[in-house]
Design a protein around this ligand. Structure first.
Ligand code: 5GP
Length: 208
Protein backbone atom coordinates (compact mmCIF):
# COMPACT_ATOMS: atom_id res chain seq x y z
CA UNK A 1 0.00 0.00 0.00
CA UNK A 2 1.25 3.47 -0.79
CA UNK A 3 0.07 6.62 0.89
CA UNK A 4 -1.28 8.41 -2.16
CA UNK A 5 -5.01 9.11 -2.52
CA UNK A 6 -6.59 6.28 -4.53
CA UNK A 7 -7.63 8.47 -7.47
CA UNK A 8 -4.03 9.55 -8.02
CA UNK A 9 -2.97 6.02 -8.86
CA UNK A 10 -4.93 5.86 -12.10
CA UNK A 11 -3.56 7.23 -15.35
CA UNK A 12 -5.34 9.78 -17.47
CA UNK A 13 -6.91 9.03 -20.83
CA UNK A 14 -5.65 11.64 -23.28
CA UNK A 15 -7.15 11.97 -26.73
CA UNK A 16 -5.00 13.77 -29.29
CA UNK A 17 -6.41 14.70 -32.69
CA UNK A 18 -4.99 16.89 -35.41
CA UNK A 19 -5.03 17.24 -39.16
CA UNK A 20 -2.41 15.68 -41.43
CA UNK A 21 0.48 18.15 -41.26
CA UNK A 22 -0.10 19.04 -37.60
CA UNK A 23 3.04 17.13 -36.62
CA UNK A 24 1.22 14.77 -34.23
CA UNK A 25 3.75 11.99 -34.71
CA UNK A 26 6.74 14.16 -33.80
CA UNK A 27 5.03 15.80 -30.83
CA UNK A 28 3.87 12.46 -29.44
CA UNK A 29 7.33 10.92 -29.88
CA UNK A 30 8.66 13.65 -27.55
CA UNK A 31 5.87 13.03 -25.05
CA UNK A 32 6.44 9.28 -25.09
CA UNK A 33 10.03 9.73 -23.89
CA UNK A 34 8.37 10.33 -20.52
CA UNK A 35 7.83 6.94 -18.90
CA UNK A 36 4.50 8.02 -17.38
CA UNK A 37 2.98 7.93 -20.87
CA UNK A 38 1.93 5.08 -23.12
CA UNK A 39 0.59 5.05 -26.67
CA UNK A 40 -2.61 3.18 -27.44
CA UNK A 41 -1.87 1.02 -30.49
CA UNK A 42 -5.02 1.05 -32.61
CA UNK A 43 -6.36 -1.70 -34.78
CA UNK A 44 -6.96 -0.88 -38.44
CA UNK A 45 -7.98 -2.57 -41.66
CA UNK A 46 -5.86 -0.27 -43.81
CA UNK A 47 -2.70 -1.57 -45.46
CA UNK A 48 0.60 -0.90 -43.65
CA UNK A 49 2.64 1.97 -45.11
CA UNK A 50 6.35 1.40 -45.79
CA UNK A 51 8.18 1.25 -42.45
CA UNK A 52 5.09 0.62 -40.33
CA UNK A 53 5.36 -2.33 -37.98
CA UNK A 54 2.49 -4.56 -36.91
CA UNK A 55 1.90 -4.21 -33.17
CA UNK A 56 3.91 -0.98 -32.92
CA UNK A 57 2.19 1.51 -35.25
CA UNK A 58 -1.05 -0.41 -35.57
CA UNK A 59 -2.48 -3.88 -35.19
CA UNK A 60 -3.16 -4.56 -38.87
CA UNK A 61 -6.29 -6.68 -39.22
CA UNK A 62 -8.45 -7.98 -42.03
CA UNK A 63 -11.99 -6.60 -42.21
CA UNK A 64 -13.27 -9.94 -40.98
CA UNK A 65 -10.98 -9.95 -37.95
CA UNK A 66 -11.94 -6.38 -37.14
CA UNK A 67 -15.66 -7.12 -37.35
CA UNK A 68 -15.18 -10.20 -35.16
CA UNK A 69 -13.49 -8.09 -32.51
CA UNK A 70 -16.28 -5.54 -32.71
CA UNK A 71 -18.89 -8.23 -32.25
CA UNK A 72 -17.01 -9.43 -29.15
CA UNK A 73 -17.17 -5.85 -27.85
CA UNK A 74 -13.39 -5.60 -27.73
CA UNK A 75 -13.12 -2.00 -28.99
CA UNK A 76 -13.35 0.98 -26.69
CA UNK A 77 -14.35 3.05 -29.73
CA UNK A 78 -14.10 2.67 -33.48
CA UNK A 79 -14.84 4.50 -36.68
CA UNK A 80 -14.78 4.04 -40.42
CA UNK A 81 -12.45 6.58 -41.99
CA UNK A 82 -11.58 6.84 -45.70
CA UNK A 83 -12.98 3.35 -46.29
CA UNK A 84 -11.07 1.61 -43.48
CA UNK A 85 -11.94 0.68 -39.93
CA UNK A 86 -9.91 2.09 -37.05
CA UNK A 87 -10.46 1.19 -33.40
CA UNK A 88 -8.97 1.35 -29.92
CA UNK A 89 -8.48 -2.06 -28.27
CA UNK A 90 -10.33 -1.83 -24.98
CA UNK A 91 -8.50 -4.35 -22.78
CA UNK A 92 -5.02 -2.92 -23.40
CA UNK A 93 -6.27 0.62 -22.78
CA UNK A 94 -7.97 -0.15 -19.47
CA UNK A 95 -4.98 -2.18 -18.23
CA UNK A 96 -2.53 0.64 -18.90
CA UNK A 97 -4.73 3.20 -17.15
CA UNK A 98 -5.08 0.91 -14.15
CA UNK A 99 -1.32 0.50 -14.03
CA UNK A 100 -1.15 4.29 -13.67
CA UNK A 101 0.10 5.24 -17.14
CA UNK A 102 -1.28 8.27 -18.95
CA UNK A 103 -2.62 6.77 -22.12
CA UNK A 104 -2.54 8.62 -25.44
CA UNK A 105 -5.23 7.83 -27.98
CA UNK A 106 -4.27 9.36 -31.31
CA UNK A 107 -7.64 9.31 -33.03
CA UNK A 108 -9.77 11.39 -35.40
CA UNK A 109 -12.60 13.75 -34.44
CA UNK A 110 -15.50 11.31 -34.52
CA UNK A 111 -13.69 8.78 -32.34
CA UNK A 112 -12.69 11.59 -29.98
CA UNK A 113 -16.33 12.60 -29.56
CA UNK A 114 -17.29 8.97 -28.88
CA UNK A 115 -14.55 8.59 -26.25
CA UNK A 116 -15.65 11.79 -24.52
CA UNK A 117 -19.26 10.53 -24.40
CA UNK A 118 -18.18 7.20 -22.95
CA UNK A 119 -15.42 8.55 -20.66
CA UNK A 120 -16.28 12.15 -19.75
CA UNK A 121 -13.07 12.41 -17.73
CA UNK A 122 -10.88 11.82 -20.81
CA UNK A 123 -8.87 14.92 -21.68
CA UNK A 124 -9.24 15.88 -25.33
CA UNK A 125 -6.59 17.92 -27.10
CA UNK A 126 -6.46 19.17 -30.67
CA UNK A 127 -3.01 19.75 -32.04
CA UNK A 128 -2.80 22.36 -34.79
CA UNK A 129 -0.21 24.22 -36.81
CA UNK A 130 -0.38 27.92 -35.84
CA UNK A 131 -2.59 28.79 -38.85
CA UNK A 132 -4.31 27.32 -41.91
CA UNK A 133 -1.63 28.97 -44.07
CA UNK A 134 1.16 27.18 -42.16
CA UNK A 135 -0.74 23.91 -42.45
CA UNK A 136 -0.99 24.30 -46.23
CA UNK A 137 2.69 25.25 -46.50
CA UNK A 138 3.63 22.09 -44.57
CA UNK A 139 1.52 19.87 -46.79
CA UNK A 140 3.08 21.45 -49.90
CA UNK A 141 6.56 21.32 -48.37
CA UNK A 142 6.47 17.53 -48.26
CA UNK A 143 6.57 17.63 -52.06
CA UNK A 144 5.07 14.14 -52.26
CA UNK A 145 1.38 14.97 -52.55
CA UNK A 146 -0.58 15.86 -55.70
CA UNK A 147 -2.57 19.11 -55.84
CA UNK A 148 -5.76 17.07 -55.50
CA UNK A 149 -4.56 15.33 -52.34
CA UNK A 150 -3.48 18.68 -50.85
CA UNK A 151 -6.93 20.10 -51.54
CA UNK A 152 -8.58 17.05 -49.96
CA UNK A 153 -6.37 17.30 -46.88
CA UNK A 154 -7.15 21.02 -46.53
CA UNK A 155 -10.90 20.35 -46.80
CA UNK A 156 -10.56 17.61 -44.19
CA UNK A 157 -8.59 19.96 -41.92
CA UNK A 158 -11.39 22.55 -42.16
CA UNK A 159 -13.87 19.92 -40.99
CA UNK A 160 -11.58 18.91 -38.15
CA UNK A 161 -11.01 22.49 -36.97
CA UNK A 162 -14.79 22.99 -37.04
CA UNK A 163 -14.98 20.34 -34.27
CA UNK A 164 -12.63 22.26 -32.03
CA UNK A 165 -15.49 23.34 -29.78
CA UNK A 166 -15.86 19.71 -28.65
CA UNK A 167 -12.26 19.56 -27.40
CA UNK A 168 -10.97 20.61 -23.98
CA UNK A 169 -7.68 22.10 -25.22
CA UNK A 170 -5.96 23.36 -28.36
CA UNK A 171 -2.16 23.17 -28.60
CA UNK A 172 -0.22 24.83 -31.42
CA UNK A 173 2.74 23.10 -32.95
CA UNK A 174 5.00 25.87 -34.25
CA UNK A 175 7.61 25.04 -36.88
CA UNK A 176 10.57 23.33 -35.23
CA UNK A 177 9.00 23.43 -31.77
CA UNK A 178 7.47 19.99 -31.38
CA UNK A 179 9.28 19.44 -28.07
CA UNK A 180 7.66 22.62 -26.70
CA UNK A 181 4.21 21.44 -27.83
CA UNK A 182 4.82 18.13 -26.02
CA UNK A 183 5.81 20.08 -22.91
CA UNK A 184 2.52 22.02 -23.03
CA UNK A 185 0.61 18.73 -23.18
CA UNK A 186 2.56 17.53 -20.13
CA UNK A 187 1.54 20.68 -18.28
CA UNK A 188 -2.10 20.17 -19.21
CA UNK A 189 -2.01 16.57 -18.01
CA UNK A 190 -0.22 17.56 -14.82
CA UNK A 191 -2.91 20.17 -14.01
CA UNK A 192 -5.75 17.83 -14.92
CA UNK A 193 -4.61 15.30 -12.35
CA UNK A 194 -5.43 17.85 -9.66
CA UNK A 195 -8.86 18.74 -11.02
CA UNK A 196 -11.77 17.82 -8.76
CA UNK A 197 -13.38 16.09 -11.75
CA UNK A 198 -10.49 13.60 -11.78
CA UNK A 199 -10.66 13.04 -8.05
CA UNK A 200 -14.36 12.33 -7.63
CA UNK A 201 -14.19 10.02 -4.62
CA UNK A 202 -12.04 12.04 -2.28
CA UNK A 203 -14.94 13.43 -0.23
CA UNK A 204 -16.18 9.86 0.32
CA UNK A 205 -12.84 8.20 1.04
CA UNK A 206 -10.79 10.93 2.68
CA UNK A 207 -11.61 10.02 6.31
CA UNK A 208 -12.14 6.33 5.68
P1 5GP B 1 -3.73 7.01 -40.74
O1 5GP B 1 -4.35 6.05 -41.69
O2 5GP B 1 -3.17 8.23 -41.45
O3 5GP B 1 -2.72 6.34 -39.85
O4 5GP B 1 -4.87 7.53 -39.76
C1 5GP B 1 -6.00 8.16 -40.27
C2 5GP B 1 -6.79 8.79 -39.14
O5 5GP B 1 -7.32 7.78 -38.28
C3 5GP B 1 -5.96 9.71 -38.25
O6 5GP B 1 -6.72 10.90 -38.02
C4 5GP B 1 -5.79 8.93 -36.98
O7 5GP B 1 -5.67 9.78 -35.85
C5 5GP B 1 -7.11 8.16 -36.93
N1 5GP B 1 -7.05 6.96 -36.09
C6 5GP B 1 -6.01 6.14 -35.87
N2 5GP B 1 -6.34 5.15 -35.01
C7 5GP B 1 -7.64 5.36 -34.66
C8 5GP B 1 -8.55 4.70 -33.76
O8 5GP B 1 -8.25 3.71 -33.11
N3 5GP B 1 -9.80 5.22 -33.68
C9 5GP B 1 -10.19 6.32 -34.37
N4 5GP B 1 -11.44 6.77 -34.18
N5 5GP B 1 -9.35 6.97 -35.21
C10 5GP B 1 -8.09 6.51 -35.35
Amino acid sequence: MNNRPADFNKGLMIVVSGPAGSGKGTVLSHLLKDDHYRYSVSATTRQPRPGEINGINYHFLTREEFINRLSRDEMLEYTEYCGNYYGTPQKEAIEMLEQGYNLILEIEVEGAANVKRKYPDAVTIMLLPPSGAVLEARLRGRGTETEEVIRERMAQARNEVAQLKNYDYVVYNYDGQAAEAAEIIRHIVYSERFSTAHNPDIAKTYFA
